[in-house]
Design a protein around this ligand. Structure first.
Ligand code: HEM
Length: 484
């Protein structure tokens, strides 16, 4: 009994001595009741619910303890620029490195990620983007055709999430990692099977909360994927895109060994394929469960001439304001990335309302635009509802004016991040989703198996990791339209 009392006293003493106190200049501090762990469990289970609870308690800025770290959450979109524009005190790459190590077991030379990003920008813009879009269009048509029953009278039934993720992954994989010239060992279907299981463990890997069995499984999945990707981008004629080949050469020139190169290629596979399928799924789900929205998008597609459709797969501006608004609305509801920075030197954060807060070196700072602006009732009327024309003015032009506290917002949605660390693949992703949805709605009949079906719930463990994913699926059936 005595030893238990001594242990408890020792623990309490350590807690009191090492516990952090809030200084007056710092944001409200909420350490939670459990020493060291703090709020980690609640945070990991459903970050959106947890952050909303803290917002009710503390307001637009507060610091929480989670697994020994102190994380400041900033939820005022008028103040986001103070974070996005300060790369000196608030560093992007350190936390990105932590994730790279935890998820991909990958360490890259210090300035390689920056060089790789600059190179990637060149490959996903302008004339290169145009070539990529045409390649993607070709692969999308091929995978759709291959998956559809030959007999046009036969329906095929499956979950819409599975359908979107698989088809877009396969077409994306063939376009970037290995086209038709590849041998069977890198058949896109086998890569997808392993990738999907890996993706299922991703949030736990990122948080370091894998159970022993899951750790074993993640290691073996990683191993199989490294093998499958071994040849991707290695030589110019291996069927991969010029981007991947240049990426491999960049790694090679920086002295990165073969094993690490494979790990880096797996990371790129996730960065390029992890969000497009889920985004297309949510968009189609909202359209299928909102007949008025579906009709409006179909009407817009129907009015496009054949020439206009051909430009869908190029980088020439194509005008699809109704589709664009429906996609923006979908992403407002289902894109939930954290924008995380490490505080590398003490910083005074000046909020838009004039308040100033001291951020401590060594802490993390996190924006969570999903809560505000995206789901903020002060900005969007009935924010939980899908309104396909929310981003259209009455005259049909693009709506960009949204307000909070009477002041116009610079950031009214942020599915792609922002500033220098915003998404490099945004144009490619939008064009891919547009082509995919166009093909499905124009050349195929696609309908809900149960006309009264509701959207599946959100998998709450994925808040903070880009596009959300559903818990379960939405059963649909599809077949090729009779074109005669
Ligand atoms: C719907 C699809 C996509 C969504 C919602 C999305 C979202 C995002 C977000 C939110 C970030 C910023 C992360 C941060 O600030 O920490 C990001 C970064 C990035 N995205 Fe995407 N993305 C998508 C598709 C793509 C595609 C197709 C590619 C490549 C072809 C791509 C390449 C990248 C890269 C390389 C970065 C890192 C930028 C950096 O290092 O600063 N993304 N993306």
């Amino acid at each position: 009994m005595m030893w238990l009392l001594v242990l408890t006293a020792a623990l309490m003493l350590t807690f009191i001595l090492t516990g952090r106190r809030r200084s007056k200049r710092e944001p409200p501090l909420d350490k939670g009741l459990i020493p060291w762990l703090g709020h980690a469990l609640e945070f990991g289970k459903d970050a959106s619910k947890f952050i909303n609870r803290m917002k009710q308690k503390h307001g637009n800025i507060f610091t929480v303890r989670a697994a020994g770290r102190y994380v400041t959450l900033l939820l005022d979109p008028h103040s986001y620029d103070a974070v996005i524009n300060d790369s000196k005190s608030l560093d992007f790459s350190r936390y990105a490195q932590v994730l790279m190590e935890r998820i991909f077991d990958l360490q890259l030379p210090h300035n390689l990620p920056d060089k790789a990003k600059e190179m990637m920008k060149r490959h996903f813009l302008g004339v290169n983007l145009s070539t990529l879009n045409s390649t993607m269009s070709r692969h999308l048509q091929a995978v759709l055709k291959a998956e559809t029953p030959q007999n046009q009278r036969d329906w095929k039934e499956e979950g819409l999430f599975d359908l979107c993720y698989r088809l877009l992954f396969k077409a994306g994989y063939m376009s970037l990692f290995g086209g038709e010239k590849n041998n069977n060992s890198t058949d896109p279907s086998s890569v997808y099977e392993e990738y999907k299981k890996f993706d299922g463990l991703l949030t736990k890997m990122a948080r370091g909360t894998l159970k022993a069995e899951e750790k074993k499984e993640s290691k073996s999945l990683q191993g199989r994927l490294w093998e499958l990707l071994a040849q991707a981008g290695l030589t110019e004629d291996c069927g991969s895109s010029p981007w991947l080949h240049t990426y491999r050469r960049l790694l090679e020139d920086d002295g990165v060994n073969e094993e690490t190169q494979r790990k880096a290629v797996l990371m790129q596979l996730w960065a390029t394929q992890g969000n497009v399928g889920p985004a297309a799924f949510w968009l189609l789900s909202y359209l299928l469960t909102n007949p008025e929205a579906l009709k409006a998008v179909q009407k817009e597609f129907g009015q496009m001439t054949q020439t206009a459709f051909r430009t869908l797969s190029t980088d020439r501006p194509v005008s699809t304001p109704v589709f664009d608004s429906a996609l923006e609305e979908t992403m407002r509801l289902t894109a939930a990335p954290f924008i995380t920075r490490e505080v590398v030197q003490d910083k005074i954060l000046c909020m838009a309302d004039g308040q100033e807060y001291l951020l401590r070196k060594g802490d993390r700072l996190c924006l969570f635009p999903f809560i505000s602006p995206q789901m903020d009732p002060e900005i969007y009327h009935e924010p939980q509802k899908f309104k396909y024309d929310r981003f259209l003015n009455e005259d049909g032009s693009v709506k960009k004016d949204f307000y909070k506290g009477g002041k116009k917002l610079k950031y009214y949605t942020m599915p792609w991040g922002a500033g220098t660390n915003g998404c490099v693949g945004k144009s490619f992703a939008i064009s891919t989703i547009r082509q995919f949805v166009y093909m499905l709605l124009t050349n195929y009949s696609l309908e809900l198996c149960d006309p009264n079906a509701q959207l599946p719930e959100i998998n709450a463990s994925r808040y903070g990791f880009g596009m959300l994913q559903p818990e379960g699926d939405l059963p649909v059936r599809y077949r090729q339209k009779n074109t005669h």
